[in-house]
Write a protein that binds this ligand. Structure first.
Ligand SMILES: Nc1ncnc2c1ncn2[C@@H]1O[C@H](COP(=O)(O)OP(=O)(O)OP(=O)(O)O)[C@@H](O)[C@H]1O
Length: 791
């Protein structure tokens, strides 16, 4: 049996859970390519109660691993969430206390990582909101007080028991039991009186046979992430009701072929990572979405998850070709005495790794081989990092070897609570891959963690906007960031981005790979996704041009923007995006996107479509959706052209005269160009500021005020500095004499500055005058240095 750290408390090390997926339709199709016949016995046997799992391979002795939890194929998505987050590590609750946490899915391709993390994002997530809306509690406690219907029957748990389960208010005993069975499939519940065993105890009987097909899964197939988002907003609204200020933001990036792309803004490619002493490693310029509602965040996640790089292989019809990293940041401030607030900041990171794969098995060729090699290389580096972390603090951890490991440093490095889900597929042919996954899982159990709380005090700031996190529908605001936190972008940065997007669009939209082994989406869907991308860029460009026009028309004849015209404010608003505000975008009827701002267009397009039954996926495939998108794109193109023409003609208003003058010059070639006149005395640097104040047009009032403020503060700083220098000089004088002969030597040798020489001379005079002796020369040297620095 494998040796590991299981005896250590799971909160002081990475918590490891194995999830074995049921067989899916695709398994039978791929088995024809594989060496092990499908009739061979499965490679894994497991006992969920003792959390032991044994992996058997041909020509090798079987190996047994003891992990924190084994989740059998027939367990619901809810049970997985419960096992990985809610009841066990309370990661969600702790993030509001300033602790950070992470969940990472690891395993071979097709083992169910994406299913575990995201699940069916188009599933009836509303019901995820509805069911546990009423209250949540410990299952044992809930059954002790089931209300009248319980009839005072004693309830006993064997097996898993416990754990958090949601019940409807006033629910009957049987409804509660059903809810527990759903969330804890291995729980045995016996009731005195009826003596009815409601669930087989796996300790006494063989585990129930796994269901044949996926269809037998519980109806709500939302994965861990939607459930976490729901839990986050529940918690947030509880804290907000108590008067705390809670803010939830998130970023979502993918690492594909060693390049980081923003999934919230797919046109942002090749993003770089930076390190900050407070925030750790973060992706620079990744969009941060400020989420104020559960449903709003889900909408954004659904759409952005569609931008992930996906390919069809023999082992998975929709195999993720990128590592996806979704990071929530929760900031909670509660008011304390004396106008101060306690601020806690925690992050929750979800990592859906691309699956490692054997090239011969997945049957891929060309570009896909390159992708697979990159994936395998980064996964193997992750293995090295985990193994080094498991060896203790004295071992060098090669975080910097790969972008993936560097990106995950904060999650794995020991300061966060971390849950690893090892995804396994119990096909006979997968024994080697399962062994590799279990070895990785086992080494992760050796990694110690010491979660660190981020708490600080800050002056209480009164909220500008009364937005409170809600569980229901609502707005989501999007901001771009320079650091890990939400930041502002300068006007120029935004305009430069628009320019780049424009240039790229002119080069033409990349056509997706097609044919066998190509991307899985149908041609219509791909076309539509590209159209949406294009519309997003066009809307952004359209808005920028409109604002530029507004600024131009508000500016004076000298081209200076009138700060009171609101132009500046408008431009900064480019950072703010209302994703599901309802008034952005017109859903594709050819309008100009109304108030939909930069970056929100794609979501608006989706938000207004009615894809009854099939969600966005169904909508993407629809022809009418495609034509409405095309209409919208065409209208936007002509709008943009018109706006550009308008801008050009406005720009020519001031420039026409110059052009005419130039023409005149060209017609009189004999004329010798005169050198510019010498600068008038008023242009001399000494006079330039005064000149600015008197000669500047009245529209420069705000610049004038700003400059005055800057000059005032500089003058204050200078006065302070002079006081400091006077104090230091008198201190230095007190050390004279004692510095004596040694002081003179030091002064001449040390830095040779004017100051040192001067002070050395003074000291010499004092020595001759036989003044005070005995102050150590080091004191004098310090005083000299301080004075030198101050000057
Ligand atoms: N527990 C499960 N119950 C039902 N279906 C599942 C389960 N796990 C996985 N599947 C199905 O198996 C297939 C492969 O799953 P998924 O795409 O999540 O694998 P993956 O590990 O993310 O693969 P890759 O690394 O190639 O992206 C999908 O069709 C998914 O719906």
């Amino acid at each position: 049996m494998s040796k590991h750290n299981r005896n250590k408390s799971s909160s002081s090390r990475i918590r490891v859970i194995a999830r074995v997926r049921p067989s899916v339709d695709h398994d039978s199709q791929q088995s024809s390519h594989l060496t092990s016949p499908s009739s061979s016995p499965p490679s894994l046997t497991f006992d969920p109660v003792s959390s032991h799992i044994t992996c058997s391979r041909a020509f090798h002795a079987p190996r047994t691993f003891a992990l924190d939890r084994i989740i059998p194929p027939y367990a619901s998505q809810g049970a997985v969430y419960d096992a990985s987050l809610n009841s066990c590590t309370t990661v969600v609750q702790d993030v509001f206390k300033g602790m950070s946490g992470g969940v990472m899915c690891y395993g071979q391709t097709g083992a169910g990582k994406t299913w575990t993390m995201f699940g069916d994002m188009n599933d009836d997530v509303e019901s995820v909101v509805e069911v546990p809306k009423v209250f949540e509690g410990d299952a044992r406690e809930m059954l002790k007080t089931p209300g009248k219907e319980g009839g005072g029957r004693r309830v006993m748990f064997v097996g898993e028991g416990g754990g958090k389960v949601g019940f409807k208010e006033g629910s009957t005993m049987m409804e509660r039991v059903e809810a527990i069975k759903m969330n804890h499939p291995l729980t045995t519940i016996t009731m005195s009186g009826s003596k009815k065993i409601l669930r087989n105890n796996p300790r006494r009987r063989a585990p129930p046979p796994p269901p044949k097909a996926v269809a037998k899964l519980p109806p709500v197939n939302a994965g861990i992430i939607p459930r976490v988002v729901r839990a986050l907003f529940h918690q947030a609204s509880d804290y907000a009701a108590k008067g705390d200020d809670v803010r939830i933001t998130f970023s979502f990036v993918q690492l594909y072929n060693d390049s980081i792309t923003d999934l919230l803004r797919p046109s942002s490619k090749n993003l770089q990572m930076r390190e900050d002493p407070n925030l750790g490693v973060f992706v620079k310029n990744a969009v941060q979405v400020v989420g104020t509602s559960f449903m709003g965040v889900l909408k954004v996640l659904r759409v952005s998850a569609e931008h992930r790089a996906v390919r069809s292989t023999r082992q998975n019809i929709a195999s993720s070709r990128s590592h996806a990293v979704l990071r929530f940041t929760v900031t909670r401030s509660s008011e304390e005495k004396g106008g101060m607030s306690k601020v806690r900041r925690g992050t929750l990171t979800f990592v859906d790794l691309a699956g490692s794969e054997r090239l011969d098995k997945s049957g891929i060729t060309g570009q896909a081989v390159k992708e697979a090699r990159r994936i395998n290389r980064s996964i193997s580096s992750l293995g090295n990092v985990i193994s080094a972390l498991g060896k203790g603090s004295s071992t060098h951890v090669p975080f910097r070897d790969e972008k993936l490991t560097w990106l995950l440093r904060e999650t794995l490095g020991g300061k966060s609570q971390c849950v690893l889900i090892a995804n396994l597929s119990n096909q006979p042919s997968n024994s080697e891959e399962n062994m590799m996954t279990l070895n990785f899982a086992s080494s992760a159990m050796r990694v110690d963690v010491k979660p660190v709380k981020f708490e600080t005090f800050a002056k209480t700031v009164k909220k500008k906007v009364g937005v409170r996190p809600t569980v229901g529908d609502g707005a989501v605001f999007m901001k771009r960031t320079d650091k890990g936190g939400v930041g502002e972008k300068t006007k120029n940065q935004l305009l430069a981005e628009q320019y780049k997007a424009d240039k790229k669009r002119n080069r033409g939209v990349e056509k997706p790979a097609a044919g066998a082994g190509g991307v899985v989406r149908k041609a219509d869907e791909i076309e539509n996704l590209h159209l949406i991308d294009q519309i997003e860029q066009l809307e952004a460009e359209n808005q920028t041009l409109k604002r530029l026009l507004a600024i131009k028309s508000n500016s004076g004849s000298d081209g200076v923007v009138n700060p009171n015209s609101g132009g500046e404010g408008d431009l900064l608003e480019l950072d703010t995006v209302v994703v599901d505000g309802g008034d952005g975008g017109d859903g594709g009827d050819g309008g100009d996107g109304g108030d939909g701002l930069d970056g929100g267009a794609a979501y608006d397009v989706f938000a207004d479509q009615d894809f009854t039954g099939g969600g966005i996926r169904a909508g993407l495939g629809r022809k009418d959706f495609s034509s409405s998108l095309q209409n919208k794109a065409d209208t936007l193109v002509s709008d943009v052209e018109q706006l550009k023409k308008d801008l050009m003609s406005m720009g020519q208003g001031g420039g026409e005269e110059e052009e005419e003058e130039e023409e005149e010059e060209m017609h009189t070639p004999m004329q010798v160009k005169q050198p510019p006149p010498p600068p008038s005395p008023a242009d001399s640097p000494a006079d330039s500021i005064d000149n600015f104040f008197t000669a500047a047009p009245s529209s420069w009032e705000s610049e004038r005020q700003t400059l005055k403020k800057v000059i005032d503060s500089l003058q204050k700083e200078l006065a302070m500095k002079n006081v400091k220098i006077t104090v230091l000089e008198s201190k230095l004088r007190a050390t004279e004499g004692a510095g004596g002969v040694r002081g003179e030597k030091e002064n001449n040798d040390s830095n040779g500055s004017y100051l040192s020489k001067f002070e050395g001379k003074m000291a010499e005079e004092r020595v001759e005058g036989k003044k005070v002796q005995g102050v150590p020369s080091v004191v004098r040297r310090k005083a000299l240095k301080a004075l030198n620095d101050a000057r």
